[in-house]
Design a protein around this ligand. Structure first.
Ligand code: GLN
Length: 292
């Protein structure tokens, strides 16, 4: 069955306004239309200059399908298969959490600490997902010796494809936090799952892997495990830097202090929320060493 709309050529402008009527944000609609046209995201100016052109029928139909996926809540990054993080284009799909700009706070903090460490310092990214943190650090400081861990084989496949695409040499380890890691690191960074299992915001994250988001009744289960296990793999004076939820900074600082970390402190994200906390592991024999 045909109808008149499938026979009437549709312009880019008409398609964009139809998508906005469905509830799509203007920028998302433009990026999805560029995707449906097989054009790079940097072509938004081209799109505006050509919005009176008739769309090829296949692109118009693909754009409608993509718009419906977006209005059903699927992240734009999964639909287009990529996300920018720290100036790098990363491939992403439903096997990994979509990298958030908040996590750039953790990368900035890690880079600031690494500035006073040897160029070839050993760095560990726990729960690497798409590889965002590990790749951002290695790209900025190419001499670093970077290891990235994830418990999900699917996530490691995504992360290692990203590392290969950016020609960055990173050691990947499959395992639950530090269980399969050997050696000592100058810095351990992690953006672990930190959402409480009954958090009312979880339905808005339904397209992302629950294993990358949810961490027990108070959202702190994985942060507790990492804080407990990290000292056995930190160099003396090594740093543990953690991302956590908007309301978890005090709890995470307390866990770090109880475990024997020194210089415990937090860093704010772009919205001014204390989003990362960390501390420095003291010399062997300090009280924290036996507290775990
Ligand atoms: N920052 C993510 C969110 O709240 C959660 C990431 C995580 O659990 N590590 O949407």
């Amino acid at each position: 069955m045909t109808n008149s709309s499938s026979l009437t050529p549709c312009t880019g402008k008409q398609a964009l306004s139809a998508a906005q009527t469905l509830g799509l944000d203007r920028l998302d609609a433009q990026l999805l239309l560029l995707h449906a046209l097989g054009r790079p995201h940097s072509d938004r100016v081209w799109l505006l200059a050509h919005d009176g052109d008739a769309l090829p029928a296949e692109s118009a139909s693909l754009f409608r399908q993509l718009s419906l996926r977006r209005t059903a809540g699927e992240p734009l990054a999964y639909i287009v298969g990529r996300k920018e993080f720290f100036g790098m284009a990363l491939q992403v799909d439903a096997r990994v959490l979509v990298p958030r700009p908040d996590t750039e706070t953790l990368v900035d903090w890690a880079l600031a600490q690494l500035a006073s460490l040897p160029a070839a310092a050993r760095v560990l990214d726990l729960g690497t997902g798409s590889g965002a943190i590990a790749l951002a650090l290695k790209k900025t400081r190419p001499a670093l010796d970077v290891t990235a861990v994830d418990a999900s084989a699917g996530a490691l496949a995504v992360a290692s494809a990203n590392a290969a695409h950016h020609a960055l040499s990173i050691r990947f380890v499959e395992g639950d936090w530090l269980e399969n890691v050997s050696g000592h690191f100058h810095l351990i960074a992690s953006n672990p799952p930190y959402i409480a299992q009954a958090d009312p915001h979880l339905p808005t994250l339904a397209h992302e892997p629950p294993g990358a988001l949810i961490a027990g009744p108070d959202g702190l289960d994985d942060l507790r495990a990492i804080i407990d296990q990290a000292p056995a793999h930190l160099e003396t004076q090594g740093w543990l830097l953690l991302e956590h939820g908007y309301n978890q900074a005090e709890a995470v600082r307390t866990l770090l202090m109880q475990r024997g970390f020194a210089e415990v402190q937090s860093r704010a994200d772009l919205a001014g929320i204390a989003r990362c906390s960390g501390g420095r592991w003291q010399a062997a024999g300090s009280p924290g060493q036996t507290a775990g």
